[in-house]
Design a protein around this ligand. Structure first.
Ligand code: NAD
Length: 252
């Protein structure tokens, strides 16, 4: 893409769907900032570095930026670092997300708070940090990863479903606010995608879920990444406030 190269920031890109999105956007010629979270239990830094290598293999630039998206100062610092290293952010993909599943009656209030904080407020923090630059430059793409459960609800996921449904209201409202400024704001709602998040679901439950999917299988991270790449492209210029389902037909 030469001088037209765009910079994309993908949150939670050290693994799973986020990693697939980072590499897929690189394939379309974006330079990519790979956000990762420091966690005690695993080496996300090394995993992010591996994703960066895969991005650079597409002949574009990559940097890894550590930040907990619930920390506003850290998010603002991350955006400054990305823009210094790669240039203005043209594409934001809010992908980072967590689950803390329990039925509502047993849900510890702190698990309600944390899921809303990461999945919803975290996305807000990132949008807030990049949107002014996008509107000033007259071009931008903001894409958030919601979920099919935002549309249909799910047993044991009141917190998660509320956070992902909240993302849809956030997306549609911001889409209206920036529609005249060349910035589109959309969401992708994946169904059941084979990642570590869904690997945590017991095997028999997974089998029951798959039995309900008309296409008869879970999706792959690349299926979500392809939808994001489309929404990030020039071809999607007239699409805003949209929720794009990638779910094998499990919810229509
Ligand atoms: P995953 O657990 O494999 O990856 C989540 C990523 O988010 C990790 O890199 C993690 O480090 C990062 N993260 C978590 N909290 C963070 C924070 N506070 N700050 C920065 N990064 C943070 O999950 P995944 O399956 O790849 O899911 C990616 C997104 O897709 C999530 O938003 C998830 O809710 C959504 N989603 C997944 C599925 C599915 O079936 N896997 C379905 C629908 C939606």
């Amino acid at each position: 893409m030469g001088d037209d190269r765009r910079v994309a920031l993908v949150t939670g890109a050290s693994r799973g769907i986020g990693a697939a999105i980072a590499v897929r956007l690189a394939r379309d010629g974006c330079d990519v900032a790979i956000n990762w979270l420091r966690e005690k239990a695993r080496d996300n830094e090394a995993e992010a570095a591996t994703v960066a290598e895969q991005v650079r293999a597409m002949d574009v630039d990559a940097i890894c930026v550590e930040a907990d998206i619930t920390d506003r100062d850290a998010v603002n610092a991350m955006v400054r670092r990305v823009e210094e290293a790669l240039g203005p952010i043209a594409v934001l993909v809010s992908n980072a997300g967590i689950t803390r599943d329990r039925t509502l009656r047993k849900l510890p209030p702190e698990d309600w708070d944390r899921v809303l904080e990461v999945n919803l407020t975290g996305a807000f923090n990132c949008m807030r940090a990049v949107v002014d630059g996008m509107t000033e430059r007259g071009w931008g793409r903001i894409i958030s990863i919601s979920s099919v459960v935002a549309l249909m609800g799910n047993f044991g996921q009141t917190n998660y479903a509320a956070s992902k449904a909240g993302l849809l209201g956030l997306t549609k409202s911001l889409a209206r606010e920036v529609a005249l400024k060349g910035v589109t704001v959309n969401a992708v709602a994946p169904g059941f995608i084979a990642t570590e998040m869904t690997a945590a679901i017991p095997h028999d439950v997974t089998e029951q879920i798959v039995a309900t999917i008309p296409m008869g299988a879970m999706g792959e991270p690349i299926d979500v990444a392809n939808a994001v790449a489309f929404l990030a492209s020039d071809e999607a210029r007239y699409i805003t406030g949209h929720v794009l389902s990638v779910n094998g037909g499990v919810w229509m």
